[in-house]
Design a binder for this molecule. Sequence first.
Ligand code: GAR
Length: 213
Amino acid sequence: MTSAASPLPIVILISGNGSNVQAIIDAIRAGLPVEIRAVISNNPQAYGLNRAREAGIPAEVIDHHDYDSRATFDQALMARIDRYQPKLVVLAGFMRILTDEFVKHYYGRLINIHPSLLPRYQGLNTHQRVLDAGDEIHGVSVHFVSCELDGGPVILQAEIPVYANDDADALIERIHQQEHVIYPQVIRWFAEGRLHLQGKRVLLDKEKSADPL
Ligand code: GAR
């Protein structure tokens, strides 16, 4: 159990705007028992780096263009993350596919937010695909990361309605509002020691069992 006196150390990985980073920063200011040790981006232009710096959080770039393979990039990223000794690694719009080596290294303490109701619409362009399919409900999922892309065990989802005159931008805005609520919520559960992954099963307020899953 992490108390307010010893906040959960996390590292956040981003590639872009970082509105989810901002939501987590704001939640910490409102009492979320978490310390963001660093925000790391593969994209030097990511606006989320500015948000981190403005909050006094170390903001670092590891540009994937500087590496000749996904494996060497991920190794450099792991080395940098581990310097900060996080207990949780948070993917917040980090638009790189991770190697199995990376995922295994952090398994059970690596979470992602994805703009769809998983297992539906894994991958990119989820909002347009929802519109093209004529869905009436869209949503967002927070999940533990597994070696299957966007396929890890789901922790929490939020739904939004899709209206007849919606375009992708309208959906993005409504999805973001939900993301900024559910991501801090999941991080809070983890920080409070209430959330675990056992095998492929998400445990919230449940004891780990002796069963191998
Ligand atoms: C979020 O909508 C997140 O769900 C999505 O990127 C956006 C980042 O927004 N992630 C993915 O698509 C991952 N496959 P932000 O930079 O404003 O936090």
